[in-house]
Design a protein around this ligand. Sequence first.
Ligand SMILES: *Cc1c(COP(=O)(O)O)cnc(C)c1O
Length: 818
Amino acid sequence: MNAMPHKIDDTRELHEDSLGESVLRHLIYSVGKDKAHADARDWNVALSLAVRDRMVEGWIDTTRRIYKNKQKRVYYLSMEFMIGRMLEDNLTNLGLLSEAKTFLKSQNLDVTTVINAEQDAALGNGGLGRLAACFMDSMATTGVAGMGYGIRYQHGIFRQAVEDGWQVEEPEDWLFAGNSWEFRRPEVVYEIGFGGHVTHDEDGKATWHPSESVQAVAFDMPIAGWEGDHVNTLRLWSARQSGMMNLDTFNDGDFMAAARQQVLAETISKVLYPGDHTPQGRELRLKQEVFFTSASLHDLLRRFFANYDNLDTLGDHVAVQLNDTHPAIAVPELIRILMDDHGYDFDHALKITRETLHYTNHTLLPEALEKWPRDLFEQILPRHLQIINMIDGAFYREAIEKGLDHHIIAGIQAIHPHQQDWVRMGNLAFIGSRKVNGVSALHTELMKQTVFHDLHTMYPDKIINQTNGVTPRRWLLECNPGLSDLVTEQIGDGWIDDLEQLKEIEPLATDADFQQRYMAVKAANKQRLADMVKTRTGVILNSDAIFDVQIKRIHEYKRQHMNILETIALYNAIKANPDGDWQPRVKIFAGKAAPSYFFAKLIIKLINDVAKVVNNDPDIGDKLKVVFLPNYNVSMAEILIPGADLSEQISTAGFEASGTGNMKFALNGALTIGTLDGANVEMLEHVDAENIFIFGMNADEVAERQHRRARPSEIIKTSPALQQVMTQIGDGTFSDGDTDRYRDFLSNVTEHDYFQVVPDFQSYWDMQRHLDALYGQSEKWAEKTILNTARMGWFSSDRTIRSYADQIWRAPHKTSGP
Ligand SMILES: *Cc1c(COP(=O)(O)O)cnc(C)c1O
């Protein structure tokens, strides 16, 4: 029996055999091993190839359908796609999971071991990259003709190790054993130029003569939606030397010179976020952005020309979404292609561009808004710089017409007309796009008030909100099979692609039997988490404790340091009264720090230092444990999130654009302790104030305090508990007597405290103690937990994608529900 209905005649005879038979065939003929010698990875590869075979017909079928119907296409350009492992995702969406499990068991194989033999595709850094991955899943599920474009990094993001409590970066080698999901497309190659000069002929037509070029080669991964009949493509570009190695040089014995060109070319797709503290590093990053953006635009135009012959209507048939400013070079690049390759005049080229491109903003942090030195730009992209100057000229005329004054215009052009120092990619993306979206209601509002205030006045209809979401397939169905089964048993499985159906379990929130079954699932997930912690760190956890989890990139605005300060204060309180009626707690942290971000690395060290003292203190025992798990990634999140009781979403209000970790936790029944920031604000509206634990200043209060530059030391003086914590960090209590180690940490918190840890500390502490008490009332806790799951349906990325499709892309999709 075949699990998939046949759709294409020419593949009908190809897999009459069962999944198990296909796996055995692949084990022998693709992997080249017999059963007696195959290890977990061999089985993983054989199974993946068997599943991949079954995706291909849906893939070809989807491609034909889109082409035939001339369905509007959506292209999602992103520097990151943090897709994690794909086997379980694909088995699930194709409805093959139970057949695969039965087969593996029949071969005496452990299912988890085989599934975990796949390396995470670590092609992302944080929420932005995971969002792109959730969107790929949801575009396929909702039937959007969507294609992702990014870079096939050979090493992705670094692998984090912890040595003596400090973060150490090691190269990630995820492609070492190959990638079972990808198809190399050697025929899909584009030359990407850099440097050189520009000439103009007598009609003024420009020609760019790059001085160097590399090739972008396509690698495709099929992305199947729920139930597998719509299969989109993730196309990642790999860099390759243009032209062949110089054989004469090689034969003359200068092997290094012969290899040099190849190494330089391939550097472009080596790593995600190479260090940018050197000029070479900055140049490399700019080249990476140009590389994948230019290749993607050429590729989508080639596809456009298969259906149409006139680029005037590009925006009617194609929508491009720029995930942050990394692909913002698309604005001048598309104009350049239209003008220099297709003969459009500038005004017309700008008009078409502004009908086609859309830009998602992910941050208001000024230091995170990308800008490039004008000189570097001129050297690498001389033609693009000319075009940016034309865009700025056209923009200037529009702005004057709309009555803006010169100073304001200068501040919002791509290049400041007098300073001429930077190319500001946020302004460029805004000016060149049809719609600009924020990623939560609060963030979008703040965009209008701050970074894009003046641009918003000029184009009041351009900014639009699209609150982020997460895919329920990976973030409930796959990562939490116990809860999925329980829910499905009650309300059927319609929730999987219509998550708002979870509302139907609301009446069960106070049902004693359901509470007990829900909490039994939670207990099993906590045990799975505890087993992982034991394997990875040796720390043994008490699974009756509150599992309190903060997992995300380490950054001051996310305030892991506020959490560890509260941990120390709790440690002190327990020690002062060891026989008190303490609610046991486990504090779990995970996350990577940017390699050059010293303060974030110091926070990791402090967490590990505190863990060493607390975990080995006999007065404390099971009442408090602190764990830092190295190398946070998608697969680790899939274990941590279902096992959490409490989700830490404690960013300084106004700084977390949306967050998506917050959504995954609440969906899986963790209660949130958080600030009124990002999507927490909307979670509050959906789950209701009694079921989410909000503390601290709101964004207006934070901004007001930052403006006043209020001194944290005044507040510390009034808090003996916080004072004691600061003293201990300074006197070496957690650093073997080293009084120097945390000097920078202390001055950051006590003198500047830009992210307002000190003023929020007391309300954070109070809320934690309130949660201790609540956890003791297990029925009440269970009720709130269930209500979180029941009311988080709106946060499905299917809802987000339908909204993008309707309000931004004007692209067709399947509607939700039966
Ligand atoms: C969801 C997710 C993130 C984003 O987490 P935030 O808490 O929203 O910052 C980062 N990394 C991984 C691996 C994730 O799964």
